[in-house]
Structures are given as C-alpha cells and as structure tokens.
Design a protein around this ligand. Structure first.
Ligand code: C2E
Ligand code: MG
Ligand code: MG
Length: 735
C-alpha cells in the first residue's frame, strides 16, 4: 500500500467500523468494546503517522495523541463503572479524563496556530463571541438548573465551555485557510467532536435523554483526527499566511461578526432579561473589544515590522549584509552636506576565476570574508557591484591611510573551500561633492591602480584624459586591423660570444595614418581591455609563424632557431588559445619547436585557464618564456606550477648591471636560478657594449637589445657587435 493513500484507506476502514458499531445491538458490551477499540486504534494511528512521516514539528501530534488517549481512558473508566461496579454515577472519575482531553487537544491546536500573526487573539475573539452564545443558550440554563448538584452543574457546563475554546481555535484554522490537507482533516475532526458535544449537551439539557445517538460523531472524530496524522502533508506545518491572503475578507467578516455577537444577543427576544446574562454579555463585550484592539495593534505592528524588513532588504546586499549601492549613495548625499566626501573604491581581482574554477560557493565565501575585512578597515563600507566595494571615509586626512589599510588587508590570503586564495584588489581614492561623480572618479582611479599594480591610486584629471584617449584608440583599433595598419617587426636575440642570431622576438607596430607610429605600450593595453587583442594577437601569431617559415626556407641553417611571440593575459585566458596556436603553426608549416610564447608573470599568476593553456602549448612542443622577469610577482613558486623554458630578465636589471649594486646582485641571482632549474636566460634591453660584457661575464649567453639590433622588418645579415671575451675575463666571473 502506498504511503500517500494510507490515510484514505484509514478513513474508509474507520467509517466502516463506525457503521459496524451501529449494527451491533444497542446497550450491549459488544458496542462498548468496538467503541473503545476504534478510539485506541486511532491513538496508535496518530503515533504511527508521526513515525511514518517524521513531521518538522512533531510536538503537536503527541498532544493530540495524549488528548485522544485521555478520552479513551475516560471511556474505559466509564465501562468499569457500568460493567464492574454496575453503577452510572454523574459526574464521575470518567469525566475527569473526558475533560482532561480538551486542554490536551487545545494545546496541540495552540502549537498549530501559534506563530501565525495574531492567531491566538483571533481564536480568542471567535471563542469569546461563541462562548457568549453558549452561555446564554446552554451554559446558563444548565447552571440555573436547580435540580442538579453544584458539581454536576460545573461538569455539565465544562463540556460546552471546552467546546467553545476548541471552536475558537477551529475558526482560526479555517480563517487562516490552513493550507495543508492534514490541517483541513484536523478541522473536520474538531467539527465532528463539536457537533457531537453540543448535540449531546443540548439534547440532554432540553429532552433529558442521553443515549449514544452522538457516538458516530465522536467515533468519526477519532478516525478523522488520526487520518490527519496519516496524511503525508502533515510533514510540513502550514505556511504562515501572507498579509494579502485570500482569506483576508472572510477573516475580517468572521472576526467582525464574532465581535458583534455580544451586543446582538441583547436584541434576541427573551435574552438579557436577567442580570446574570446582562453581566455576562457586558463582560464578554468588553473582553471582545479589548481583543479586537489587541488584534488591530498587532496588525499595525506587523505592518511596521514588514516595512522595516522591506527597507532593510532594499538597502542591503544579501550575501555580505553590507549596505548596497542605493544606501551608499544616500550616505554620500548625507555626507556631502558637510563638504565633499572622500571615497575609497575597491575592485577585487580574479573573483571570476575563483567562481569558474572552484565554484560559486567558494567565490561567495571569499566575498563574505573580504567584505568583513573591508568593513573593519574604517568608514562606511558598501558592496556596489559583484566584485566592487566602496568605503565612505571620515576625513580627507584619513583617505591615504585608509586606502593603505584596505590594500594591505585585501592582500592577505583568504581561506575558502580548503584553499588559501590570494585575491588582491585595486583601490581608487577620490573626492567630489556629487555622489555619482565621486564614485565614478574613485572607480577610474581603481582601474588605474589595477593597471599599474600600485596598492592604490588617487584620482587626478589626467586619468580622465587617459580614459578618453583609451576610448578613442579603442574605437580606431578595429578599423586599423581591417585596414592593415599593423605590422610585425623582429628583434634579434643574439647568442654570445659567437654573435649568431639564435632567435627573434616578434613585436607589433601600428602605423597610424595621422599620428604615425604608435607604440604597442599605448595600444596593447587598450586592445586587451576591448578584447580586440584576441583577433589582433591571432593575426600577429600567423604573421610571425609565416615569416619564420619563410626564413627557414630562404636561409636554411642560417635562419634563427625560433621566433618569440608576445601573448597577453586576455589571450591566454581563452580556452581556445592553444588551438589558435596550432592553427597558425599548421598554416605556416612551422614545427612547434620553432615557436616561443612570451607571457608575463602577472598573466599566469592567477593560475586557472592561463596555466592550463600553457600546459597545452608545452605539450604541443611550443616553448614558454616568462617576459619581464623580476618586475612582477617574481615568485619562484610560479616556476614550479607553470611550465617555463626561458626567463627573460627585465631591462631594468640590465640598465645598471655595469655598476656594483642591487640590480647587479639580482641579475646574478637570476642567472643562477635559471641555470639551477635548467632554464634558458635571456637578458633584455642591452644598449651598450659594457652591459653586454658585464652580462656575459655573469654567465648570460643570450642577449637582446638595441646594441645588437633594433626591431625591424628584416633581419640584419650579420651581428657585427659582440662582447669581447678578452675584456670579459677582467670582470668577476660567475662561480
Ligand atoms: P616586451 O615583450 O618586453 O618587448 C620588449 C620591448 O623592449 C620592445 O618594445 C622592444 O622594442 C624594446 N626594446 C628592445 N631592446 C631595447 C633596448 O635596447 N632599449 C630599449 N629602451 N628598449 C628595447 P615594444 O616593441 O615597444 O613593445 C613593448 C611591449 O609591448 C612589449 O614588451 C610587449 O609587452 C608588448 N608587445 C609588443 N608587441 C606585442 C605583441 O605582438 N603582442 C602582445 N601581446 N604584446 C606586445
Ligand atoms: Mg616580450
Ligand atoms: Mg620584456
């Protein structure tokens, strides 16, 4: 039998059992036995439902089971009186159990209704309103019946009073349009109980007979109550209804009607004639008034609470809990009243990579940790974009130090998802009276800081000019590529002392129709930014490979061994890059060993796709050179994770290699690292004979620079200049 249908079978069986009960001879022991069995099995069915469905809030079901068990116990005690003691006392110990059932059932209903805004107050309004009606028509007549004892009166009134209480909760359940099938079954069960109770009270009051004509109501109430526990929907408590719930109007009508019941009773002929009824109606009306007042107050408070919550949601970032852009702009406007505010703009690096490679949860964790650090660095912090934060600084004097604090705290690694992640960030500082403008400036400064790798940058007007220039160049680049304004030139990389051109580096040039020759230092960053570098870079690769293949064909053994092509971060980050390289090689018919790809440390420092691409290239036979080595992170650890064949020692170390100093020490250390790791070292930017000799003496055997040859369209036939070995022996020779 499927669990989902269990409750249906249960109801059918229960209904059949109830019918069977009525077929048994009235007043017999068989009937009473059947009655008790149905009750007992229902209690067990409630417990079985809890075990089967494992509800989120099991407590109320235990209260229900206890309530039903109390009823069954009452019946058993009653049977004991009838069959063992042969007496039918009223009231008796059986009534203690019967009455005990109500608080237990109500406790369960209370747990069900609780936590739904105003649930108890509403139950109270309906309960008191109906209670008044009960009082006037049922309770008071019983209480006034002088023929019975005080205890009897008390017990007789207790049943309908308990019913009124039950009814209050029941009304509340219906009003809240208690969503689940299980709660609807509960309501049906309670209604059955109520009908049986009230019917019994009224009939026994006005006709004096008290046979078991209401037994079906009680029995079905047992069965349906247990069915509610067996229904699968009992697992989840009903949703707290929304303010705009469908039941809104019905709810208001029922509550209003209940609240009016007291005064309306006074218009019923024959009611209110005696002082006790009038007092009861008066007291009831006052209580109803107070309950309605409490409900109205509660509603108002809930609306206020919801408004505050909506405001919080609208003004804050979900993930980090920091204020969002909207709130930040408001804070800026407020701050601007006391003079132009200072803002630090933080742009994180490489968050996209983290999200892509380690998954969003890790990215979210990193964001949360860094948001916490930013908030602690001083000032009002806000998250204003995916990986962007802004801090409103307290004073201009604090701007510099705050930016330094931010940069320092963000440079610390973040532990997330089992990794120690280095994120890093650019920080831009700016001041302006206009909230939009100050954010724009600070963001521009942040981008400038990122570009140069400084910890932070303060906005200057010059930044905007550069940005304008960038925008202009960006627009022109595309057309330039189509119009064939680019050219690739080649600079020799010379093997010393023999002076052979061991390799060439391909360098791009832009012949601008108006501005003449534009330096790659000016347009490569723009092409990277706009993404055009991907297409431009592919063209450069093809051109260089074809050219190299031609030299091999024309010069034979006299041709350089390989051509070096610069590749930027944006190109490496594309998964298809190794394919592009393979295509260029195939198209030119050039063996992969004849190509070196030059990348900067910064391009590969973040790891990820860039490093994957390098491994693919390496596997294909292409050599990898780390360009401008010594100027970036210069992390020796990088040499383990990234496949590298060549270290290109930056020009800055070459410049003063002839003087004893820090740079000479580094140049010496770098050649030792290269030798130690079995890498080839190339010294870049060699401009003088002295530099060439000093480098040679340090052990460098591959040199590149204007001293040997400038980048040009053609290769020089021979290299006339070379370090003089006899002079080299004068210099300290590497151990
Ligand atoms: P890089 O890869 O470090 O290239 C070396 C730069 O130093 C070249 O400048 C070269 O002309 C210059 N140079 C060589 N010897 C000397 C010397 O003795 N003295 C001085 N002062 N400079 C020397 P260039 O061609 O202006 O390129 C600048 C940078 O632009 C390159 O630095 C490279 O990062 C980038 N770049 C150039 N061509 C390309 C390219 O085709 N693709 C990409 N992605 N980047 C390129
Ligand atoms: Mg280079
Ligand atoms: Mg370089």
């Amino acid at each position: 039998m499927r669990r989902a249908n269990l409750w249906g079978w249960w109801v059918a069986a229960g209904a059949a059992a109830t019918a069977g009960y009525h077929l048994l001879p009235a007043g017999g022991e068989g009937r009473d036995l059947a009655y008790n069995v149905i009750g007992l099995v229902s209690v067990l069915a409630i417990l079985a439902g809890v075990r089967l469905h494992r509800p989120e809030r099991p407590a109320m079901w235990y209260w229900f089971a206890a309530g039903q068990a109390a009823s069954v116990a009452g019946d058993l005690v009653w049977n004991y009186y009838v069959y063992v003691l042969h007496e039918e006392p009223y009231p008796s110990v059986a009534d203690v159990f019967y009455l005990a059932a109500y608080p237990l059932l109500v406790a369960g209903l209370w747990l069900l209704v609780r936590g739904r805004g105003g649930g108890l107050t509403e139950a109270g309004i309906v309960g008191v309103g109906l209670g008044l009606v009960f009082w006037v028509f049922v309770l008071h007549p019983i209480a006034a019946d002088t023929a019975v004892t005080g205890l009897e009166q008390a017990v007789s009134t207790a049943y309908p009073a308990a019913d009124a209480l039950l009814l209050g909760f029941l009304a509340r359940l219906f009003l809240a349009r208690a969503g689940t099938a299980s709660t609807r079954l509960l309501a049906v069960a309670a209604v059955l109980l109520l009908i049986a109770d009230v019917g019994y009270s009224v009939v026994s009051l006005y006709s004096g007979s008290d046979d078991d004509q209401f037994a079906a109501g009680w029995l079905l109430s047992y069965v349906v109550w247990a069915a509610a526990a067996l229904h699968p929907s009992m697992r989840v408590p009903p949703e707290p209804e929304s303010a705009a719930s469908r039941g809104g109007r019905v709810q208001a009508a029922v509550l209003g009607a209940s609240a009016l019941l007291g005064p309306v009773l006074l218009f019923v002929p024959g009611v209110g004639g005696n002082a006790v009824d009038r007092a009861a109606i008066g007291a009831g009306s006052v209580i109803l008034f107070l309950l309605v007042l409490a409900r109205v107050y509660g509603l108002a408070r809930r609306v206020r609470g919801q408004a505050a919550e909506l405001e919080r949601i609208a003004m804050h970032d979900d993930l980090t809990g920091l204020p969002n852009r909207r709130q930040f702009e408001q804070a800026l406007v407020a701050a601007a009243a006391h003079g132009p505010p200072w803002v630090a703009f933080v742009g994180l690096n490489g968050l996209k990579n983290i999200n892509e490679e380690l998954g969003r949860p890790v990215g979210d964790r990193v964001l949360t940790v860094l948001a916490g650090r930013i908030a602690l660095a001083g000032g009002v912090a806000a998250r204003i974009g995916g990986d962007e934060f802004a801090v409103l600084l307290s004073s201009s004097a604090d701007a510099g130090p705050a930016a330094e604090r931010l940069a320092a705290t963000l440079a610390e690694p973040v532990a997330a998802g089992g990794h120690e992640l280095l994120v890093g960030a650019g920080v831009g500082l700016a001041e302006a009276a206009d909230p939009v403008e100050v954010l724009r400036r600070a963001e521009a400064a942040m981008h400038a800081a990122k570009e140069t790798g400084e910890p932070y940058r303060t906005w200057t007007a010059e930044l905007d000019e550069r940005a304008g220039e960038h925008a202009r160049v960006g627009a022109e680049l595309r057309a330039a590529l189509d119009a064939g304004q680019f050219q690739v030139v080649y600079q020799p990389i010379v093997a010393v002392p023999e002076g052979r051109i061991a390799a060439v580096e391909a360098l791009v040039r832009w012949h601008h129709p108006q501005r003449g020759l534009v330096s790659p230092a000016q347009f490569i960053p723009v092409a990277e930014h706009t993404g055009l570098i991907v297409e431009l870079g592919a063209w450069i690769l093809r051109t260089a490979c074809e050219r190299m293949a031609r030299w091999r064909a024309e010069l034979g053994a006299g041709a350089p061994d390989r051509v070096s092509v610069n590749v930027s971060a944006r190109q490496l980050a594309r998964p298809g890059f190794s394919r592009t390289v393979a295509d260029a090689l195939a198209l030119a018919g050039l063996p992969p060993e004849c190509l070196t790809v030059e990348v900067t440390e910064t391009a590969v420092f973040g790891g990820g796709q860039a490093v994957t691409t390098l491994h693919e290239l390496r596997a294909a036979g292409v050599r990898i050179a780390l360009d401008d080595f010594g100027t970036g992170h210069s992390s020796l650890g990088l040499l383990h994770t990234v496949p590298v064949d060549v270290l290109k020692v930056d020009k800055s170390f070459v410049d003063d290699v002839t003087e004893a100093g820090r740079h000479t020490v580094i140049a010496r250390a770098l050649i030792q690292v290269a030798d130690g790791l079995g890498l080839t070292a190339v010294a870049e930017g060699v401009e003088t004979a002295e530099q060439a000799e000093a480098l040679y003496a340090l052990g460098y055997r591959l040199l590149q620079g204007y001293y040997f040859g400038k980048p040009a369209a053609e290769l020089p036939a021979t290299i006339s200049r070379r370090p003089r070995p006899e002079k080299a022996t004068d210099l300290p020779v590497r151990a």
